[in-house]
Design a protein around this ligand. Structure first.
Ligand code: SF4
Ligand code: SF4
Length: 422
């Protein structure tokens, strides 16, 4: 895509060349096109506003300093500052990997003194590439988007198996269907992935122990759509959102708790119909914190370990959820909570956001490896987190590596379960 030169007589002198056609932007920088698909027009309209905002960027480079990619020795080529500069000059190469390196962790947005909406620009550009074929999409992302679109989950798994993790559990004293039941929005990884299912089981056991009535949607739940949205597939996101919104409304629960910060973020910020229908969405860790605070979840057993807590970016940088997970951990007797070099709002991304969890990244180029090194430096026995993507990224990178063999990666629900039950 190249920025056009001076306009024809009487035409605005601002525009982009897209698939051989000149797309003109009006003086107010909204799109003026004769023939265009609805999606293309929407993407370009959105982009024109965001590109206008890019004009404010002073090229100070603060964002690049904070971007986790600059810590990678082998992949230091990605820089939000230079990405913005190329975008402004119309020199972006959408046929390369760059567009897919950003994990949308939000660090640059947090520290930019001029509030440049870099994440929105990335999503709009990905949208042009994914929905309009204007550039390169990694094969693994294409595969996931196709599965999300056709099957409602990233692996084309059978939808009827979505609630299986729950079906084989002890259902005695089952509280589902009660008027006061809360809804547990499980998410794709804890529904289908054998490892992540342990998070869902631990969460369910904790709820039962605390006497909290809960339901799951089971096969009526589909992916929250966050991966589709951040990969630029707005159409698939809207379809998934519509299915979940309809089925959650049918379920009748007024409080929805998500096991993943990714589901929470997208349902909180983009499921506009949910909250207007009277539902409130919360992360599951907030419920745990509440239950512990009011004494409904007594923790009897000590877990005598040194624990480093990895903040999921969507909690710490996007929603300021920093103290509650730590208080849940501190409540478990015996745990010595330690902080890594980057923590809280300045946490270091695991590489799983923005579709990163679906990309194939070679060893030596993974952000998760830097995070594991930070955990090792604290002498932690356990690296705890509160996100199925983070858990997967960290555990996958530690797998088979001698130096990490004494470092166990666990979800906070699993750790709390140990304190409550074992
Ligand atoms: S996006 Fe913000 S932090 Fe980055 S170079 Fe521009 S003004 Fe500086
Ligand atoms: S969102 Fe994170 S990964 Fe993306 S450019 Fe900003 S700091 Fe870098």
């Amino acid at each position: 895509m190249a920025k056009t030169g001076s306009g024809e007589k009487g035409q605005p002198d601002y525009g982009w060349r897209f698939q051989g056609k000149i797309v003109r932007l009006c003086e107010d920088r909204s799109v003026q096109m004769d023939e265009s698909s609805h999606l293309m027009e929407r993407a370009l309209r959105q982009m024109s506003m965001e590109y206008f905002a890019l004009d404010r960027c002073l090229q100070c480079g603060i964002c690049t300093e904070g971007c986790p990619h600059t810590k990678l020795e082998t992949n230091a080529r990605f820089s939000p500052r230079s990405f913005i500069q190329k975008a402004r000059l119309g020199l972006l190469d959408l046929s390369g990997e760059d567009l897919w390196l950003c994990t949308q962790c939000g660090q640059c947005k947090l520290i930019c003194p001029y509030e440049i909406p870099f994440l929105d620009v990335m999503i709009s550009l990905r949208s042009l590439v994914v929905e309009q074929g204007a550039g390169y999409v990694p094969a693994s992302i294409k595969g996931v988007l196709s599965s999300l679109s056709s099957a409602g989950n990233p692996w084309k798994e059978d939808q009827s198996r979505r609630g299986e993790w729950h079906a084989d559990r002890d259902r005695s004293g089952n509280t589902s269907g009660r008027q006061d039941a809360v809804m547990l929005f499980v998410g794709c990884l804890p529904s289908y992935d054998k490892r992540a299912q342990k998070i869902a089981r631990a969460a369910a056991e904790l709820l039962q122990r605390a006497g909290v009535a809960f339901d799951i949607l089971g096969e009526a739940e589909v992916c929250c759509g966050e991966s589709a949205l951040r990969a630029g597939d707005q159409g698939t996101f809207e379809r998934l959102k519509a299915i979940n919104t309809r089925n959650l409304a049918k379920g009748g629960a007024k409080r929805i708790y998500t096991l993943s910060p990714h589901c929470y973020d997208v349902m909180k910020n983009r499921y506009d119909g949910l909250e207007t229908g009277g539902c409130q969405v919360y992360p599951f860790v907030i419920l745990l914190h509440e239950l512990i605070s009011k004494g409904a979840l007594p923790v009897r057993n000590g877990v005598h370990k040194r624990v480093a807590y990895h903040d999921p970016c969507l909690f710490s940088k996007h929603h300021s959820i920093i103290t509650e997970p730590r208080e849940v951990l501190r409540n478990i007797p015996g745990i010595e909570l330690v902080e890594m070099e980057h923590s809280g709002e300045k946490s270091f991304c695991c590489g799983g956001g923005g579709g990163g969890v679906w990309r194939d990244t070679a060893r030596g180029e993974r952000l998760a490896e830097i995070r594991l090194e930070e955990a090792l430096k604290t002498g932690a026995d356990i690296l705890a987190t509160a996100c199925p993507y983070c858990l997967t990224m960290l555990e996958e990178s530690a797998r088979g590596e001698e130096r990490y063999q004494d470092l166990k990666v666990m979800d906070l629900c699993e750790l709390l379960r140990e304190g409550v039950f074992s």
